[in-house]
Design a protein. Structure first.
Length: 579
């Protein structure tokens, strides 16, 4: 039996057979194929080459039309290299004779060619860049098949991988994928967010371990403690099976709260909203008794696609959510992605740190046509229900005013076209950057509401990459500086009578509920599955108790002390709640 410690990002316990996805981004580990898989893998390689060639040809035609034949010649050269007989023969030999996987064969062969060219003098060295580009393009098409593989799992498994992208995670069917573990990643990553939304136990940042695991073996994922147990003995299996039964019993009791209001013991009504990525998650919000949707992450409509969704596609998706929620509020956050996730947007060559670069509202303002299309779709869908618009990652007043200007242009366009929309639609923004907290007295004059996004706020306050396991210990909502930032934002909004909510992962953790209520928050947006537990805390405590908790927590000097204090207070209020 082997215990591996990682970072818990989605609670729960899962026991089952493992499915090992042994890929490491574009650094491909050697994998041998069984003999009966060779022909299928060759066919998969040929399809990937054909798809990559067609993609390059589309780029060539576009460049030729815009810039001329001379500039398009490079893409013609790429097509020739990709379909070179010598390369095809080499790849086929590696798969047939050595039984290497197509991914490993492509990476090994093309990197060998690139190294040879790099050893030459003069302009030939520049051709190595072309080969690396071809390698990445071809691997992207091969990995695309991997996403399809993940989406078509039809037996109960635990997925173990080096990494899973948010789009790959979103393709996991929770009916069959009972949990997953990754070697890299950190708390607050988009992959973690999707896992939590799917309601499956997940642990990330384990470190290298896949070489020690084979598909079909039994493992345990403990999403509460961030543990992965390989080759568990019978005693451990029996203990965890008993825990699974206990957790299910606890969840069943919480479901009885579904139709009861989230009201504190002294009669203060708390609004509990749901965070969703996909339209079908509305059903989960309704199942758990959400008061509405406080965060619809619209960017997932843009991911894992070769082209951006059209205005009609977006309008249809947004309208479906609004109609399903009837008169309940639905807050639609505009696209919150980096340039690397959008096919029509060139990736900046000097993007050293994507978290500090061209992403979110910055990307939207740089490409106003893309932004306006989404705004038009949201406005058009506003006739279907109670919709609000929210801008993410605003850092300056000028950015906010620029975004509102694009919104006004979209409104004017729809008015000229005679298209109906809600002319009283509310406009809000995320509080995710320290600069916004420091300027709250000015931002309150520009928006109808705020929502605190703790996932980003924590990383920007503490200068910690939330996806990096090596600094994961520093990434915590319990840090006193984070608590003070939240407190400042809440106080400023309340003093100016502007509604403020919280939609980050912190709001869905019952350990923080009393603290947040004590700071003055009366609206929390969480993953649908977390609603019953947060509601239970709300109904057990008084505002006076919460204010006492918040006052004490804000005086503590370390994240460790804050966590210990909040766990102690929660245990007093709800002795039966796991913390």
């Amino acid at each position: 039996m082997e215990r591996l410690q990682g970072i818990a990002v989605s609670p729960g316990v899962a026991i089952g057979e493992v499915l090992v996805m042994d890929t490491e981004g574009f650094r491909i580990p050697r994998r041998f194929l069984p003999r009966d898989a060779v022909e299928d893998e060759l066919e998969r390689l040929n399809r990937a080459i054909a798809d990559a060639s067609a993609e390059i040809e589309r780029h060539r035609e576009k460049v030729e039309k815009q810039l001329g034949t001379e500039y398009a010649a490079i893409f013609s050269a790429h097509i020739q290299m990709l379909n070179d007989r010598g390369l095809r023969s080499k790849l086929e030999e590696m798969i047939r004779q050595r039984h290497y996987s197509p991914e490993y064969s492509v990476s090994r062969a093309l990197r060998h060619y690139a190294k040879v060219i790099q050893s030459l003098d003069g302009v030939m060295q520049e051709r190595a860049t072309d080969i690396f580009d071809i390698e990445k393009r071809l691997l992207r098409h091969l990995f695309g098949k991997r996403r399809e593989e993940l989406a078509h799992i039809h037996s109960e498994v635990l997925v173990l991988a080096h990494n899973l992208t948010p789009s790959e995670t979103s393709n996991l069917n929770p009916k069959y994928v009972k949990g997953f573990v990754t070697e890299i990643g950190g708390p607050g990553s988009h992959t973690a967010i999707v896992a939590e939304a799917l309601g499956i136990p997940a642990v990330v940042g384990i470190g290298p371990f896949l070489a020690d695991v084979s598909g079909g073996e039994t493992a345990i994922i403990d999403g509460y403690q961030g543990l992965v147990i390989l080759h568990p003995d019978e005693e451990t299996l029996a203990r965890y099976r008993h825990e699974v039964v206990q957790y299910r019993s606890h969840a069943a009791k919480l479901e009885k709260l579904r139709d009861l209001p989230a009201e504190t013991a002294d009669g203060v009504r708390i609004q509990l909203l749901g965070n969703i990525e996909f339209p079908y998650e509305v059903e989960q919000c309704q199942k758990h008794g959400a008061d509405g949707i406080g965060l619809y992450r619209t960017e997932f409509l843009f991911m894992a696609r070769d082209e951006e969704p059209t205005e009609e596609e977006q309008t249809t998706a947004y309208s479906a959510v609004a109609e399903a929620m009837r008169d309940h509020p639905v807050v639609m956050r505009t696209i919150d992605l980096g340039a690397d996730k959008l096919p029509s947007v060139p990736f900046p060559e000097d993007e050293g740190n994507p978290f500090l670069g061209l992403r979110s509202i910055r990307l939207a303002l740089k490409y106003p046509a893309l932004f306006k299309t989404q705004l038009r779709a949201i406005l058009r869908s506003s006739t279907a229900g109670n919709i609000s618009i929210m801008f993410p990652l605003v850092s300056t007043l000028l950015e906010l005013k620029h975004a509102k200007m694009v919104l006004r242009e979209a409104i004017e366009d729809l008015e000229e076209e005679g298209i109906e929309f809600d002319r009283d639609i509310k406009v809000g923004m995320m509080v995710e950057v320290p600069s916004v907290v420091m300027m709250m007295d000015h931002f309150v004059e520009e928006v109808d509401f705020f929502s605190i996004g703790t996932n980003d706020l924590i990383q920007y306050v503490l200068a910690v990459d939330r996806s990096n396991k090596d600094v994961a210990g520093l990434y915590t909502a319990s840090d006193p500086s984070v608590l003070r930032m939240i407190n400042i934002a809440v106080r400023a909004a309340k003093e100016n009578e502007v509604p403020i909510s919280m939609c980050g992962q912190m709001s869905g953790n019952p350990m923080y509920t009393m603290l947040l209520l004590g700071m003055g928050l009366r609206s929390l947006s969480v993953t649908p599955a977390a609603i019953p537990e947060i509601k239970q805390v709300c109904r057990r405590v008084s505002i006076a108790t919460c204010e006492r908790v918040a006052e004490r927590a804000l005086k503590l000097e370390s994240a460790r002390d804050v966590r210990a204090f909040l766990r102690e207070e929660l245990a007093k209020a709800l002795p039966e709640t796991p913390v």
